[in-house]
Design a protein around this ligand. Structure first.
Ligand code: NAD
Length: 87
């Protein structure tokens, strides 16, 4: 299964990550905020447009959130950035 890492799980990154999971990709939503990561993995959305039901469906399909920076460096899969940092 194609793996996608979406860096930043805010207003841009979270909907993108969930849509990718919906179409069948294995998706890691990477974020530096531990509280965001924990809430997402528990099915609680911090983005108004995304409901808890949508998030829980994506968790069941292959989406998970992480703050492990190793996902930035992996050789396998694809990465897209939706954070606010440069470099
Ligand atoms: N929201 C919009 O309408 C919009 C429009 C055009 C461009 N953008 C750009 O898209 C990017 C994301 O915007 P947003 O609205 O989703 O922001 P946001 O603040 O809602 O989300 C950004 C997320 O990225 C995380 N983050 C920050 N640095 C990180 C890092 N180094 N690694 C992993 N996660 C990190 C933050 O914790 C946060 O959860 C920004 O650069 C913004 O300027 C946003």
């Amino acid at each position: 299964m194609t793996k996608l890492v979406v860096i930043g799980q805010g207003y841009v990154g979270l909907p993108m990550a969930l849509r990718a999971a919906e179409v069948g990709l294995s998706v890691v939503g990477l974020d530096t905020k531990r509280s965001v990561v924990d809430a997402l993995n528990e099915g609680r959305s911090h983005i108004d447009d995304i409901t808890g039901d949508e998030l829980q469906a994506s968790l069941a399909r292959g989406y998970s959130a992480s703050d492990d920076p190793a996902h930035r460096r992996g050789r396998r899969g694809h990465r897209v950035r939706a954070d606010a940092s440069r470099g």
